[in-house]
Design a protein around this ligand. Sequence first.
Ligand code: P6P
Length: 338
Amino acid sequence: MSDEKFTTDIITLTRHVLDEQRKHKEASGDLSILLNAIQLGCKFVATNVRKARLLNLIGLAGGAQNFSGEEQKKLDVISNDIFINALRSSGKVSVMVSEENDEAIFVEEGLRGKYCVVFDPLDGSSNIDAGVNVGTIFGIYRVLKDSVGSVSDVLRPGREMVVAGYCMYGSSANMVISLGDGVNGYTLDNSIGEFILTHPNIQIPPRGKIYSVNEGNAKYWDEACTEYFHSLKFPPEGKSPYSARYIGSMVADVHRTLLYGGIFSYPSDKKSKNGKLRMLYECFPMAFLVEQAGGRATTGTKRVLDVIPESIHSRCPIFLGSKDDVEDVEKIFHKYNK
Ligand code: P6P
């Protein structure tokens, strides 16, 4: 008989959010309802990512016909529609920004709520074909006072977010989320359709031994970036080099960094002066989570969460991870950017 104690007191994400809600007497329960809508989207995506190759859902935009003859869409487009519909029908959202939509989405009167949600419904979707982990990334702002929903509600620094999280789709679906009071991880139990608390109070190690960056861009890096990564690969005598790990799917690379420590980066370079990753629904949520777990996130010269986006798809360079590793980045960048 396994000595594993069978628990009948399972902590689901929904229960955890309600516990959080009870801590705030003024809480209306709106955020709990909103997070349930996000959970629905993640459960849908989890199911369909796992079946994608079987259902031939991958890479079929443009002309492919499904068995009923209608236009078949790529999984990330379908996932986007699922999230938009779930968020709109929750009645708790006024503004949405999605990686899949050029313009912000403003919810009609009667269904507007006090939150704005920025999200990438299926980040890294090009990796699905190769069976690599992909994920949904989301951040939540409260609408500005007296606002009925406008772009100004989301062109704000990431530090003003109230919730940030991601759901990674791999061998299981792992939801990692912060409501501003630490970071917790949940694993989807497909048999009951609930996210179960499996990683309470995630804390990132103060220093790691792994660096994660696309070295294929090294020829385009600036001097500070080049010097920093060189210092990890060729440390002083008596110190071991860091190991290199790069999956090319932000959710997977950040998840590993959060649990094991070290540094993940998508720096700016001569090809992309602001880097590749988008502030609102990639950099800000991940920076929020890492800071809540005791780590840090910098552009090289500035705290990521203090950057103000000029437009909803603005990008920024990012180095995130263990606080001592991020401090090393800033020391070198400070030398070159006085
Ligand atoms: P590169 C995936 O396309 C993505 O948006 C992130 O998930 C990932 O971190 C990055 O791009 C990878 O970009 O240029 O290294 O392939």
